[in-house]
Design a protein around this ligand. Structure first.
Ligand code: DAH
Length: 331
């Protein structure tokens, strides 16, 4: 009896083997039943009862094993159900989106709103209204992707075109940042791509001065690269600003001491800027005697490179999951 109660099986074959061993015609219990004939009549009652109890116990036990097996049979042993579940994979933002958003957020806090414009543009918005002479080299086939020749339609080569669109749509005071993708006909390498991203800024009001520009850019640099960041402005030339400057920030790696990233200079160039040329205001119907303004433009990839030390520009457009996953913590 104890033997019957201690039986166990792990699958259907083992249960069947037990049934054959104990309950089949040639099984152990049937053999005992056969031997029953030889039992003395005075013992028949007692032994008969025990035999019946044994048979019932064996039948019940096999039934119980069958039930247990049926409940667990469909479960694949190779799966550990006690393991914690994999966390849901949530997508991450692209590093360029993160940096673009950070730039926008900083300027939003300074009172700038967002303006956007088309990537496929006419010559007027990309060059003409921005005071580019007809023979300016930037219009050359070298830089500009032409979609159509007559009238000229191009892929915009800078987001300054959105300045022109905004001035055509809004009256001063105007205070906007214009994020977007731009295209240039460049050979693709670690340092150049045929498309990249810019954020343009434009502020037009009465009495806007170069000092205002400098203050806003200093604020931006400190929020973007840290409170100890220094800036310097070097004279430069852009057709649409006068005077024009390029802005450097103190090297984000060596903090100005000189290292390989800043080529020993302690400074990194990050944007172009200047006072909006009166010709540009007039071309969009804004009275340049009443209003002045400043503008600036920066490359999002450039800022992302400085912030995250990305060495190869192509990584931004290759969608390599290993690269993109590195920015998960930056959210
Ligand atoms: N549009 C220039 C470029 O693509 C960047 C730039 C420079 C924009 C000076 C500006 C500016 O608004 O004032 O290189």
């Amino acid at each position: 009896m104890a033997e019957i109660e201690g039986l166990h099986a792990e699958n259907a074959e083992q249960i069947e083997a037990l049934r054959i061993k104990y309950l089949s015609k040639k099984g152990a219990i049937s053999a005992l039943m056969n031997d029953f004939r030889t039992v003395a009549p005075e013992q028949k009652r007692e032994i008969g009862q025990k035999l019946n109890a044994l048979k019932t116990a064996a039948t019940d036990k096999l039934e119980a094993l069958k039930n247990q097996y049926q409940q667990t049979d469909h479960i694949d042993d190779s799966i550990d159900l006690t393991r914690p579940a994999y966390p849901d994979e949530v997508g991450t933002r692209h590093p360029l989106s993160l940096v673009k958003q950070e730039i926008i957020d900083i300027f939003a806090r300074l009172g700038f709103s967002i303006a956007e414009g088309p990537e496929v543009e006419d010559d007027w918005h990309v060059y003409g209204a921005l005071n580019f002479a007809d023979d300016h080299p930037a219009r050359d086939m070298q830089d500009t992707f032409f979609i159509q020749q007559n009238p000229i339609v191009v892929l915009r080569s800078h987001t300054s075109s959105v300045q022109v669109r905004t001035m055509g749509q809004q009256k001063p005071p105007i205070r906007v940042v214009c994020p977007g993708r731009v295209y240039r006909n460049e050979a693709i390498s670690a340092r150049a791509h045929c498309f990249f991203h810019q954020v343009e800024g434009l502020y037009i009001d009465k009495n806007v001065s170069f000092a205002d520009l400098k203050q806003v850019l200093l604020q931006f640099a400190r929020e973007m690269f840290g409170p100890d960041t220094q800036i310097r402005l070097r004279p430069s030339y852009f057709p649409f600003t006068e005077p024009s400057a390029e802005m450097d920030v103190s090297c984000t790696l060596c903090k100005g001491k000189g290292c390989s990233m800043c080529k020993g200079s302690g400074w990194l160039e990050i944007l172009g800027c200047g006072m909006v040329d009166p010709n540009v205001l007039e071309a969009s119907g804004i009275d340049s005697k009443e209003y002045t303004g400043y503008a600036f433009g920066m490359g999002v990839e450039r800022i992302a490179n400085l912030k995250y030390r990305v060495k190869d520009l192509r990584l931004f457009s290759e969608n390599d999951q290993r690269f993109l996953d590195e920015f998960e913590a930056a959210h």
